[in-house]
Design a protein around this ligand. Structure first.
Ligand SMILES: Nc1ncnc2c1ncn2[C@@H]1O[C@H](COP(=O)(O)OP(=O)(O)O)[C@@H](O)[C@H]1O
Ligand SMILES: [Mg+2]
Length: 258
């Protein structure tokens, strides 16, 4: 099994420090972990720091995998337009493996991820011709095709309809269970988080303000602190936790912290 832990990690853009000392408990693989927080709280920055795109003090400790086993899917993937969907997923696989020879196993891996995400029918379409949601599914395929042991996905369901949000989260949940990978997802929909993610890390203004089992983390007080929203967490008629929003707290301004 793979684990990931942050120990007093700093993240900065030039001289602007976003995180001074971010620490987490050990994040275990095999299930989904959510990264939540308001706009500009520091979710993407934390991912970039874990992925090695930003420098800073502190340690990103990985056990059971190599740093090279990590894939980060950014919010805006800026896809190259001249390729087809199939080619772009092959390219994502080959960029990691080197060489251009494609064995049966590799072709199989590409077919499997495309059909797993139900986008096999898009194989020959050019990326430029895709809708935003279709492009998002292709990014997810590119990220998973090498079967990484650590997966960071920045808002992977933001462009998807209800059916595909559900399918993608189920796919990722099964992927984590099959591979034992650490899978961390930045998500805004707390009902999605409560349904799919075992653990939740909450960030606000460049600080990790909570990290632990999802239902212990996403209590009404924490939701208010994170988003300026008064909400209830209730149990639906089938016994699942659900969040109901009551009202916005006034003056929850976007701060230019630090
Ligand atoms: N490239 C950058 N250079 C300087 N500051 C940045 C950069 N990207 C993000 N920031 C700042 O870092 C903070 C956290 O941003 P970000 O991590 O993107 O938030 P989130 O992903 O939670 O919405 C914000 O104040 C944002 O303005
Ligand atoms: Mg972001």
């Amino acid at each position: 099994m793979v684990t990931l832990q942050l120990r007093k990690v700093e993240a900065r853009y030039g001289r602007r420090i976003i995180y001074a000392e971010a620490s987490t408990p050990e994040i275990a693989g095999g299930h989904l972990t959510a990264l939540v927080g308001a706009n500009a709280a520091g979710k993407s920055t934390l991912f970039r720091r874990i992925a090695g795109q930003l420098a800073g003090k502190g340690e990103v400790c990985i056990a059971g995998a190599e740093p090279g086993d990590l894939r980060y899917m950014p919010q805006d993937t800026g896809m190259s337009a001249a390729l087809t969907v199939y080619e772009s997923v092959v390219l994502a696989l080959k960029q990691r493996q080197g060489g251009w020879r494609m064995g049966a196993e590799e072709l199989d891996a590409v077919d499997k991820i495309l059909s797993g995400l139900k986008i096999g029918a898009l194989s020959d379409r050019h990326l430029a011709e895709l809708s935003g949601g279709q492009r998002q599914l292709v990014s997810i395929a590119q990220t998973l095709v090498t079967r990484p042991r650590i997966v960071l996905m920045d808002e992977p369901t933001a462009a998807l309809d209800l059916y595909r949000q559900y399918e993608v989260l189920e796919h990722l949940r099964a992927y984590a269970a099959d591979t034992g990978a650490v899978v961390i997802l930045a998500l805004y929909d707390l009902n999605q988080v409560m349904r799919a993610c075992t653990m939740t890390i909450a960030v606000a203004e460049g600080r990790i303000v909570a990290a632990g089992p999802t239902l212990e983390t996403l209590r009404p007080e924490m939701i208010r602190k994170l988003y300026g929203i008064e909400a209830r967490v209730e149990t639906c008629s089938r016994g699942c936790p659900m969040m109901v929003v009551d009202r916005a707290v006034e003056d929850h301004e976007m701060s230019g912290y630090r």
